[in-house]
Design a binder for this molecule. Structure first.
Ligand code: AMP
Length: 397
């Protein structure tokens, strides 16, 4: 079965074509700068990489280009579009109704349109990406895989905010959680490695956006992102959790609007805001190694907050069997992993520092110190594979 996975952002459309029978990626790429000055990159294992400027006024043009590349005699891997059996769409927000991966029909899209205000950044491009794909591939199954759905079983006391309850009832203000597909994938892998599907697992997805999730028995019980992906640990440009009154204080003090304040905590904070250097952890790490105080401080704040959330989840779950690092920082930044895991032996978390420094990147690694009670793993995430396998299951039904 051949499954096309599509991840439509506001000005981009990423894709991967999977051959599920062979368990491999046949092609992948990205249409960027949609609506600006389009650019496409396309890769097929064993073939030359393709990169070119392209006329990409909208998502419809992007998906048409993707299909022409996939079926191109020289660059492609398919004889015709009809070889694609189903399409899996990454959708950030499924609201309260779309609690699991679902076949996308008219009803589902209508519902997604009603919750766009919960997800103003990613909702509209996901919907237009779906509509564009449906138009050019009308006769196959399209499946939505939602970042929020991994959290649909968390308890009310973990997702209701302690503000007037009517605000939840009226406006659906609650914790939703994000990055669920990534957490589900790496928590599943960790449970497999432990040989225990009932394990208590803490997964740290640390990238440009970061979140931490606690999983028990294969189900998420809590997560650090909340109503929006703004909550939790500091990120590239997002502050993460703040005393909520900081925002109205700044609105008054700086004479800015609510939208400007949101931009401040969303795009100018986190590693970038504290270091004043960059949102990229590599740049901040380099400056820190050269003695830059604010870069060092930005990383210490990140480590401090990751540790705090890990500790709180151990308390919530009454223990932990495995700690997992994933995403750009979690998979690659060995120093940060070491710093997070330092002085957590009381919780049973101890890593083999030498192996943590030398283990190969891009592969699963068990960095646990011999004899430690809790396993610590590095597990490369693979959200696209998760989307493809959910799509395969639903397309077969
Ligand atoms: P992601 O959003 O998962 O793509 O992760 C992006 C983040 O991962 C950026 O902050 C990068 O600096 C960080 N990252 C990627 N590679 C490395 C690396 N080799 N060392 C440290 N951080 C890295």
């Amino acid at each position: 079965m051949k499954i096309l996975v599509v991840n439509a952002g506001s000005s981009s459309l990423k894709y991967q074509l999977f051959d599920m029978d062979e368990g491999k990626v046949l092609a992948k790429g990205n249409c960027e700068r949609i609506g600006i000055d389009g650019l496409v990159t396309h890769k097929c294992p064993g073939k030359e990489d393709y990169k070119s400027a392209a006329e990409l006024p909208d998502h419809r043009a992007a998906i048409k280009l993707v299909l022409s590349l996939l079926t191109d005699e020289k660059l492609g891997v398919l004889k015709g579009v009809e070889e694609i059996d189903a399409v899996g769409h990454r959708v950030a927000h499924g609201g309260e109704k779309l609690r699991q991966s679902s076949v996308l029909g008219e009803e589902e899209i209508k519902y997604l349109e009603t919750i766009v205000e919960l997800n103003p950044l990613h909702g509209p491009p996901a919907i237009s990406g779906f509509k564009a794909c449906k138009e050019v591939m009308p006769n196959i199954t399209h499946v939505g895989v939602f970042d929020t759905s991994y959290y649909s079983d968390i308890q009310d006391y973990a997702y209701i905010y302690p503000i007037p309850y009517e605000l939840y009832e009226q406006y659906k203000v609650r914790r939703y959680g994000f990055h669920g597909t990534s957490h589900r994938y790496v928590a599943g892998k960790a449970a497999e490695l432990l040989g225990n599907k009932n394990a208590k697992i803490i997964t740290c997805h640390l990238g440009n956006g970061s979140s931490i999730t606690a999983t028990v028995n294969g189900k998420a019980v809590d997560t650090s992102m909340g109503f929006t992906p703004q909550d939790g640990v500091p990120m590239g440009t997002r502050s993460g959790a703040l005393d909520p009154t900081v925002v109205p204080f700044l609105i008054k003090k700086l004479g800015i609007t609510a939208e400007e304040a949101e931009k401040l905590i969303n795009s100018k904070s986190g590693l970038l805001g504290v270091s004043g250097i960059s949102s990229d952890c590599r740049d901040v790490g380099e400056a820190a190694a050269n003695g830059n105080y604010r870069a060092q401080l930005a990383l210490k704040i990140l480590v401090h907050n990751v540790k705090k959330i890990i500790g709180s989840y151990v308390a919530e779950m009454n223990g932990v069997d495995a700690l997992v690092f994933t995403a750009g920082i979690g998979e690659n930044d060995r120093q940060l992993r070491e710093d997070v895991c330092k002085e957590m032996s009381y919780l049973g978390i101890e890593i083999d520092e030498a192996y943590n420094k030398s283990c190969a990147r891009g592969e699963i690694a068990d960095i646990t110190k011999q004899g430690a009670k809790v396993k610590t793993f590095v597990i490369p995430t693979n959200e696209e594979f998760m989307i493809a396998s959910d799509t395969q299951i639903l397309a077969k039904k």
